[in-house]
Design a protein around this ligand. Structure first.
Ligand SMILES: Cc1ncc(COP(=O)(O)O)c(C=O)c1O
Length: 450
């Protein structure tokens, strides 16, 4: 007997397979069409704030046993209109570099709502004698230049501690480069106390896309041991970010949130139990970037060419991995046509325009009637897409913003060739003898002052 052919996949079923509701898919289609009607040119990113605020509220309303604050992880989504929106809600921001600090201040974030994290801050933070900052120190090297500033300027300080749960996920035997080791804490705390400072925050961050809430339980056990061994009782427990987004998957097709329930109650319960022995703690701080921001945006790209190579249908588009979505190296996101279709689906590979075999956004079932000129939407582009955008053979693309009123505005034009070429001007001048070397960033570590 001949095997019965399985029924063709329907486009609608394929669209919902990543967990997006039909309502959210429709809303993104509507917003994208509104941007196109207002003159948007592909490729472009389109962002909107609502899901960021909803995800943040959901986390803050979980029962961790301590009042909880979510800080905006600036590096995850350095998008000025979203940052201004967040600041307007009187919410706090975490920054990890000079540019981020300056951008947050330029967005009117008051210094007492800023948390400075990240490594090697002694390179740049001494140039910002701003009273009232919160600063988590990351290494023993940071202490001599920064502790005197902390005393003089009334900084609220903390220490980032690396626990055994924080390692390079690709090579788990290697630690990350962040934070102090537990054995360094006695030396660090002595230096703080000699400067008449008591760090108010113990901070850790495991990694991104943490697979399982028990990782935080084990990390919190290490933090508790650190506190007890050093008679250090910090009021704030800062557990960083790390929650995956519900609607993204590994490239092997596994949902990153397989070990989390959709309400995140089991995540909260793990943290609540592990936080119970911290009887001295007053608040829990979280800095989830990917989980809160991922769903707040998309990348819109247009099909420029279609090649049929044997059984393989290859769509070559004006945007893709190399330029706009480096996360597609390890993450799979939903990829759908702007125009809903009822045609049966067929396998297709979606490629970007760069001359790199690496430029492959995803391999997916797409409606068989998608054609040259059609627009495709790569969803969940709200985290780590803008900061990892590249100029590989091209300029930066347009960025559109829908504040929630279906009236998207262009917040950044596409970069033109002259705008991109002018970045090299100082070097060109040096070729004519006007300057001998390009301008460089001031760096107080250059002992010779060069
Ligand atoms: C200090 C710190 N805070 C917040 C984040 C945001 O993490 P995620 O996007 O995984 O939630 C990171 C990410 O590396 C981090 O290092």
């Amino acid at each position: 007997m001949k095997p019965r052919p399985s029924p063709p996949h329907t486009s609608a079923a394929a669209e919902e397979s990543f967990g997006h509701s039909p309502a959210s898919i429709n809303a993104w289609r509507r917003r994208t069409q509104a941007a196109l009607d207002r003159g948007a040119q592909t490729p472009f990113y389109l962002f909107s704030p609502d899901s960021v605020i909803e995800r943040t509220h959901t986390i803050e309303n979980l029962n961790f046993g301590l009042p909880t604050t979510c800080w905006y992880s600036f590096k995850t989504q350095p998008l000025p209109p979203l940052v201004r929106h967040w600041v307007g809600l009187e919410r706090p921001i975490e920054v990890v570099s000079e540019f981020e600090l300056r951008a947050a201040l330029a967005s009117d974030c008051p210094p007492d709502r800023l948390l400075i994290n990240g490594p090697a801050k002694h390179r740049w933070l001494p140039r910002f004698p701003i009273p009232g900052l919160r600063v988590n120190l990351d290494s023993l090297t940071e202490l001599p230049p920064l502790l005197p500033m902390a005393s003089q300027l009334g900084w609220r300080t903390g220490i980032r501690v690396r626990t055994s749960e924080e390692f390079d996920p690709e090579n788990p035997s290697f630690p990350t480069q962040f934070g102090m080791e537990p054995e360094e804490l006695p030396t660090a705390l002595r230096q703080f106390r000699n400067a008449a400072l008591e760090p108010e925050t113990i901070h850790t961050h495991l990694r991104t896309n943490v697979s399982d809430p028990t990782c935080w339980t084990r990390a919190l056990d290490v933090l508790r041991e650190c506190c007890e061994a050093n008679q250090w009782y910090p009021a704030n427990i800062d557990l960083g970010g790390g929650l995956p987004a519900f609607t993204t998957r590994t490239r092997a097709g596994k949902p990153y949130t397989a070990s989390f329930d959709p309400s995140l109650k089991s995540y909260a319960e793990h943290l609540r139990n592990a936080l119970r022995p911290f009887v001295w703690a007053k608040t829990l701080w979280l800095e989830h970037g990917r989980h809160t921001c991922a769903e707040s945006g998309l990348l819109a790209i247009r099909i420029l060419d279609i090649k049929q190579k044997g059984p393989h249908r290859l769509l070559i588009c004006d945007g893709g991995r190399t330029l706009h979505a480096l996360v597609s190296i390890w993450e799979d996101h939903q990829l759908i046509p702007l125009k809903a279709s009822t045609s049966p689906t067929t396998p297709a590979a979606v490629h970007g325009p760069t001359c790199m075999a690496f430029d492959q956004l995803g391999r997916r079932l797409l409606p068989s009637d998608v054609n040259i000129g059609d627009v495709l939407l790569w969803l969940d582009a709200g985290a780590y897409h803008l900061p990892w955008e590249t100029r590989f053979s091209h300029g930066l693309c347009e960025v559109w913003w829908d504040a929630g009123n279906n009236n998207p505005t262009c917040e950044r034009r596409a970069e033109s060739f002259p705008e991109s070429w002018i970045l090299w001007q100082t070097t060109q001048q040096s070729g004519f003898g006007a300057k001998t070397r390009p301008l460089r960033q001031e760096n107080h570590l250059d002992a010779d002052g060069s």
